[in-house]
Design a protein around this ligand. Structure first.
Ligand SMILES: [Zn+2]
Length: 334
């Protein structure tokens, strides 16, 4: 997909920097719609049907393609398609989740926007999370740590790789030389088999990148798939404070802290993927000091993201390995 908009958006020019600026920029629906027009068609209108670039505005504010005559609007085919709520409310929701360091939960969003139902707030957050990572699919490269971590499902006495209740999350993190970490990718996988883990690597890491792993045998076939592997194995007599894969360790502990803190640890395995999307979005933009830039990126991706229906969200668990299968009643109580 072609990247849209300015490569280096500027605060105060391309996005609001403060709540006061936000209010000034987006006083009404027209202002929100024209902001989306700039994000979706930075170089001018492009017909989603035929690619034509000439348009007419109809009396009802719709756009009609001069080439194929199809009528469209700036929200058609995006996350906002079919919404009955004002765009301004959506903008406020996007601002709410991006302006806070750790995002927000559905109860918080419902309260801040005065939404009538918890379910609406919950659905909106999932739609926004879906836009956070979906179009953002550039592969990791260079030296990349890969490992699995276990999330959720308090299960006394079970540890190690063979667990029943916890979700297995594969984590990949770019390692910079001499120090520091780059981007990360996380995905729930059904198990720790070679098919799952090497499949994950193939999906998120560019071929030829060096993969750093522990001694787990499922990673043995990485070289056959075009990934040189560096096995990091700590001697059992080694310093217990030393961490073999510090990048993965760091990401996994941030993830767990975030799920326990912002989301009270009440995320079901079934919906974990959405939370991983949001976490990844935040982690990969952690160096950006302007929160408004996250707002900009989120809306930019929202207009490139196909609509997601409530049923699709609820049914997202397309996997036989889902263990909870609970409906999205509440992610936290109280
Ligand atoms: Zn057209």
């Amino acid at each position: 997909m072609v990247r849209q908009g300015p490569t280096h958006p500027t605060g105060g020019v391309d996005y609001p920097r403060t709540m006061q600026e936000f209010d000034r920029w987006f006083p009404n629906e027209e202002a929100c719609a024209s902001y989306l027009v700039k994000l979706r068609w930075p170089d001018g209108f492009v017909c989603p049907s035929c690619g034509g670039t000439k348009e007419w505005m109809t009396a009802r504010g719709q756009r009609r393609c001069a080439t194929c005559q199809r009528q469209t609007s700036v929200v058609a085919g995006t996350l906002f398609e079919g919404t009955r709520k004002p765009l301004r409310l959506w903008f406020q929701a996007a601002w709410y989740v991006t302006s806070q360091k750790f995002g927000g939960n559905a109860l918080g969003l419902q309260r801040v926007l005065g939404l009538g139902s918890y379910q609406t707030a919950w659905t909106w957050l999932h739609k926004l999370r879906n836009a956070m990572v979906r179009p953002d699919r550039e592969c990791l490269s260079g030296r990349v740590e890969v490992d699995e971590t276990y999330v959720g499902g308090q299960e006394a006495g079970v540890s190690g790789r063979f667990t029943e209740q916890k979700a297995v999350v594969a984590v990949a993190v770019e390692v910079h030389q001499p120090k520091g970490f780059g981007r990360a990718r996380l995905r729930r996988v059904p198990d720790v088999s070679a098919a799952s883990l090497v499949g994950f690597v193939e999906d998120v890491v560019a071929p030829g990148s060096t993969i750093l792993t522990d001694g787990w045998k499922s990673y043995d076939s990485l070289p056959q798939h075009g990934y040189p592997r560096e096995k990091i194995v700590l001697a059992s007599s080694g310093d217990p404070a030393h961490v073999a894969l510090p990048g993965v360790h760091r990401v996994a502990s941030l993830l767990k802290r975030w799920l326990l803190g912002t989301h009270q640890g009440a995320v079901s395995n079934k919906h974990l993927d959405y939370y991983l999307d949001e976490f990844t979005f935040r982690f990969n933009r952690r160096a950006s000091r302007a929160r408004g830039l996250l707002f900009y990126r989120l809306l930019q991706q929202a207009v490139q993201t196909e609509p997601l229906r409530y049923r699709q969200i609820v049914d997202r668990s397309h996997s036989p390995f889902d263990l909870t299968g609970q409906p999205p009643a509440r992610e936290r109580s109280g």
